[in-house]
Design a protein around this ligand. Structure first.
Ligand code: SAM
Length: 276
C-alpha cells in the first residue's frame, strides 16, 4: 500500500517538521509500540477510528493498514496537514483530516457509532480532554490512550494511595480502566523527559454509582483542591452546614479526601444536590 520509505523520518524530513514543545510534540517512531497499541485496539472492518493529534501520522499510517471503515484525525498544527494528506492519498481507507483544536471539537457531530479513540495525547491537554469526554458522554466505545506515566498512575489510583485524586475518582466512576503497558521515553523523537503509559478505557454501561456529574465535579474540585484539609472544612466552601451533609452520608467529618471511596464521593454529591 505504501512506498517503503513512508515512515516518520521520511515525513519529518520531507515537510521540514521541527517539533513544537508548546504543542507537546513527541512523535512515536518505535514500531513495536505502535503494533502493541493496534493489537489492544482490536480494530474491525466496521470500526470508526478517532485520533487526536496525529502529528505527521506515524500512528495513522499503521491504523490505515488495518483498514477500518474510517479514520478521523484532528490536528492543531497546520504544518502537519501535508504529511497527513500524503498518507491519505496512498490508502484506500477513508481518512478525514480535521484541522483544529481537539479540546473545542464536538466529536458527537461526527455522527458515528462504534468509534474507537486511539491517541498518543498531547501531554498538556490530556486530562482536559478526558474530562471533556466524560462530561459530554462522547460516544467512543473504547479508548486506547497514551498518557504521561504520572498521569496514567493518577487515573488508576485507588483510595489511600498518594496519587489518588479528582481525576482518579471521575475516571473510574465513568470508565472501566486498564493499564496496558509502559513506554520508555526513547520510543519518541524528540525524547520527552518522562516515560509514558498506554491505558484502555471502556465506558461503563452506567456510572459506578448514581450522581449528578455537575455536583460530583464540584465536590471533587473543592475536596482535592484542599487535600490537607478535613472534609468538613473543604465542604464549607460549598455548603453552610457541611457537617449535616457528611452526617447524612454517614462519613466522618474529620477524614481527608484521599480516605474516601468513589461511592462516598457520590453520596456527598447527592446530599449536596438534595440540599440545594
Ligand atoms: N500521534 C503522533 C505520534 O504518536 O507520533 C503525535 C503525538 S504528539 C504527543 C501530540 C500531537 O497532538 C502533536 O502532533 C500536536 O501538534 C497535537 N496537538 C497538540 N494540541 C492539540 C490540540 N489542542 N488539538 C489537536 N491536536 C493537538
Amino acid at each position: 500500500m505504501y512506498k517503503e520509505e513512508i515512515n516518520l523520518k521520511y515525513l519529518l524530513n520531507k515537510y521540514n517538521l521541527i517539533s513544537k514543545k508548546s504543542l507537546g510534540q513527541h512523535f512515536l517512531f518505535e514500531k513495536n509500540i505502535i503494533y502493541k497499541i493496534l493489537e489492544a485496539a482490536n480494530i474491525q472492518k466496521n470500526s470508526h477510528v478517532y485520533e487526536v493529534g496525529p502529528g505527521p501520522g506515524s500512528l495513522t499510517i499503521e491504523l490505515a493498514k488495518m483498514q477500518p471503515k474510517s479514520i478521523t484525525v484532528i490536528e492543531k498544527d497546520e504544518r502537519c496537514l501535508n504529511a497527513l494528506n500524503e498518507i491519505k492519498s496512498l490508502t484506500k481507507t477513508q481518512i478525514n483530516i480535521i484541522s483544529g483544536d481537539a479540546v473545542k471539537f464536538n466529536e458527537i457531530s461526527l455522527g458515528k457509532e462504534n468509534m474507537i479513540n486511539i491517541s498518543n495525547l498531547p501531554y498538556n491537554i490530556s486530562t482536559k480532554l478526558l474530562v471533556k469526554w466524560i462530561e459530554n458522554r462522547t460516544p467512543f466505545t473504547k479508548y486506547i490512550l497514551m498518557f504521561q506515566r504520572e498521569v496514567a498512575e493518577r487515573l488508576v489510583s485507588k483510595k489511600n494511595e498518594k496519587t489518588y485524586s479528582r481525576i482518579s475518582v471521575l475516571t473510574q466512576w465513568f470508565y472501566e480502566i486498564e493499564k496496558l503497558f509502559n513506554v520508555p521515553n526513547t520510543a519518541f523523537t524528540p525524547k520527552p523527559k518522562v516515560d509514558s503509559t498506554v491505558i484502555m478505557l471502556k465506558p461503563r454501561p452506567k456510572p459506578l454509582y448514581p450522581a449528578n456529574i455537575i455536583y460530583l465535579q464540584k465536590v471533587l474540585r473543592v475536596c482535592f483542591g484542599h487535600r490537607r484539609k478535613m472534609l468538613k472544612t473543604s465542604l464549607s466552601f460549598l455548603h453552610s452546614n457541611p457537617e449535616e451533609i457528611l452526617n447524612k452520608a454517614g462519613i466522618n467529618k474529620s477524614l481527608r479526601p484521599e480516605d474516601l471511596s468513589i461511592k462516598e464521593f457520590c453520596f456527598i454529591s447527592n446530599e449536596l444536590e438534595n440540599s440545594s
